[in-house]
Design a protein around this ligand. Structure first.
Ligand code: ZN
Ligand code: ZN
Length: 127
C-alpha cells in the first residue's frame, strides 16, 4: 500500500479502532523535553495527522503500555539504539489530537483510533 507522503490530515475520517499492521511510514524518536522519556512522532498511517506519543521512564500509572520493564529503571541510561528496537515492538496509537467523528467518550487517545507498529524509526533532532 503506497500513500503520498504529503497526504493531508483527514479530519472527516470517522473514528475506528483499526489495526493498520506494520507501517512503512517513517517515525522519529527524540528525548522528551524533561529528559524523562522518549517522544515518538510521525504521521498516522490512517488519518495522516501528525501524532506523537511520549513514553515515560518508569512513571507508574501513566497508562503507557509496554516498555515497562525498561522504563522501570532496569537500565538507568538506556541505549538509544536499544530504545529504538523496543519501540519497534510497540503498538502505537493515533494521538493526532483531532477528535475524529464518533470519537468515544472513553477513547484512550484523541485521534482516529488507528493502531500500528513502526518499521522505520529514525533518531530525531534533540529538542
Ligand atoms: Zn489517526
Ligand atoms: Zn487524525
Amino acid at each position: 500500500m503506497t500513500q503520498p507522503p504529503n497526504a493531508a490530515h483527514h479530519f472527516d475520517l470517522a473514528y475506528a479502532e483499526e489495526d493498520m499492521g506494520r507501517t512503512a511510514t517513517a517515525f522519529t524518536h527524540t528525548a522528551s523535553t524533561d529528559r524523562q522519556g522518549l517522544v515518538v512522532a510521525g504521521k498516522c498511517p490512517r488519518c495522516h495527522g501528525q501524532t506523537s506519543t511520549e513514553y515515560r521512564h518508569g512513571a507508574p500509572g501513566t497508562g503507557t503500555k509496554g516498555l515497562r520493564s525498561w522504563l522501570a529503571g532496569k537500565q538507568p541510561e538506556p541505549d538509544p539504539v536499544e530504545d529504538a528496537g523496543q519501540l519497534l515492538q510497540e503498538t502505537h496509537f493515533c494521538e493526532c489530537g483531532h477528535p475524529h467523528p464518533n470519537l468515544p467518550q472513553d477513547a484512550p487517545f484523541i485521534g482516529c483510533g488507528a493502531s500500528w507498529r513502526i518499521e522505520v524509526l529514525n533518531r530525531g533532532e534533540a529538542g
